[in-house]
Design a protein around this ligand. Structure first.
Ligand code: ACO
Length: 428
């Protein structure tokens, strides 16, 4: 194969280098396009064909349904690793040995407190506030309490910023939920594992000791691992582009949280559960909702179906479907919502509309069912996604800063009015 791509514009030919990734993906390097062509640009709304960076963190092949973090398959990681090991892997590039993992955990624990004044900020939110808005605000507010900017050339400073946010973020997550439920704000216990501590911080009642459930710890570990990174999706690109202006880590993460909130992205897990509930309330007629999803005059979409990149199946959805079955049976929960979900999936997988468009269940089709069985309120589902995605966002932010990437600044094709003279107010 040639190592160059040729572009012809108005009879003039331009050559651009082809670059090949480690998985033999080929990209056209168009860095010089505007310069050599005298200002010709590209248009690609939604960046369906545009690579914004080179990255060594996550590989996914949407056709084959492959997802790997730093070369390790999502199937193996979900089965054999815990969330903290996966976080370390994503952020630092290798699986930690026991000593590295212990140190990582112990350093995170040292930072597992937040300034007490954060409680005042949380207090100012109405109970009705959506937890994602609260989480984004609190994450951004952390900057005010930790104002020194990170010198990204110092490995030590970078490491400290990373363990600091990994320590504090679960507290913000737990408090966001407890505030909504009117529960006292509390810290967990440094004697617990990272995920155990999250569960305790979320669920411990003030009048009872909290008993850890192995089933819940394993289920949450798995869910967080499956959500931990997904290369250049909407929220991750937001984190990278925000950080590319050299804005700090915490505010870049806060921007990512806001991007994740939308129902076309992380907000889908909440939307799925609400959709399944609505179908149940409406008598469980899945066919009616299938028809609505296919009707182009109806804005309804089957939430939890379709993916920008996966056009065969979402490997995370496969793992999560099995996990949903296991968790519900282990907890002895008989949830009619699960039957509706399975029914919808079966119909969609046999329906030409969905088959032709390669619309398969995505990771969020089943995650909400597990979260619900765990006792997590629906409005918290996307917050749980953010908790899982945190290591991925950190890894991507770190990569972007250490590779010294330029500020993100896409081009556009202007289609508005050409010059016109100013019209005074009496003539408009
Ligand atoms: N229900 C019904 N039709 C759908 C759905 C759906 N869930 N998703 C896509 N389509 C249809 C579109 O109407 C379009 O049809 P057309 O070609 O006849 O116009 C075609 O499939 C392609 O859809 P696009 O929106 O162009 O695909 P895109 O790659 O831009 O969008 C997305 C992907 C946003 C995930 C979309 O499938 C969707 O809205 N799904 C539902 C929301 C969802 O589950 N989001 C979670 C994504 S995973 C994640 O963030 C963790």
């Amino acid at each position: 194969m040639s190592d160059k791509a040729t572009l012809e514009i108005n009879g003039k030919k331009y050559e651009f280098p082809l670059v090949t990734g480690t998985e033999n993906e080929v990209a056209i390097d168009i860095k010089t396009l505007r310069g050599v062509t005298g200002g010709v640009t590209t248009v690609d709304p939604g960046y369906k064909n545009t690579g914004s960076c080179e990255s060594a963190i996550t590989f996914l092949d949407g056709e084959k349904g492959i997802l790997r973090y730093r070369g390790y398959s999502i199937e193996e990681l979900a089965e054999k690793a815990d969330f903290l090991e996966v976080a370390y892997l994503l952020i630092f590039g290798e699986l930690p040995n026991q000593e590295e993992l212990d140190k990582f955990h112990s350093d995170i624990k040292k930072h597992a407190v937040v300034d007490d004044d954060i409680k005042k900020i949380l207090d100012a939110f109405p109970k009705s506030a959506h937890p994602m808005g609260v989480l984004a605000s609190l994450t951004s507010a952390l900057t005010a309490f930790n104002p020194t900017s990170v010198n990204v050339d110092s490995e030590e400073e970078m490491y400290n910023a990373i363990v600091r946010i990994l320590g504090k973020f679960p507290i913000l997550v737990a408090w966001t939920m407890r505030k909504k439920q009117g529960m006292p704000l509390d810290y967990g216990s440094s004697s617990l594992g990272y995920v155990e501590n999250i569960l305790q911080m979320m669920f411990k009642r003030p009048d009872e000791d909290y008993t850890q459930s192995k089933i819940l710890v394993n289920a949450l570990d798995k869910l967080l691992i499956l959500h931990a990174d997904h290369e250049q999706n909407c929220s991750t690109s937001t984190v990278r582009i925000t950080g590319s202006s050299h804005a700090g880590l915490f505010v870049s993460l806060s921007a990512g949280i806001s991007a994740l909130w939308g129902p076309l992205h992380g907000g889908a897990n909440q939307a799925v559960l609400e959709m399944l509930e609505a179908i149940k309330e409406d008598g469980g007629d899945t066919k009616k909702y299938m028809a609505k999803a296919k009707d182009k005059s109806d804005p309804f979409r089957l939430m939890g179906f379709g993916h920008r990149v996966y056009k065969n199946f979402d490997p995370r959805a496969k793992i999560i479907k099995v996990a949903a079955d296991e968790v519900l049976s282990d907890l002895g929960v008989d949830d009619p919502i699960l039957d509706i979900a399975k029914g919808l999936e079966k119909e969609a997988l046999e329906d030409p509309y969905f088959v032709d468009r390669k619309l398969y269940p995505n990771v969020d089709f089943y995650s909400g069912i597990i979260y619900r069985a765990m006792g997590i309120p629906v409005e918290m589902f996307t917050v749980m996604f953010a908790l899982g995605r945190l290591p991925g966002w950190i890894a991507q932010w770190k990569e972007m800063r250490t590779r010294k990437e330029p500020i993100g600044r896409p081009r556009q094709l202007y289609i508005g009015e050409t010059y016109r003279p100013f019209k005074s107010i009496d003539k408009r």
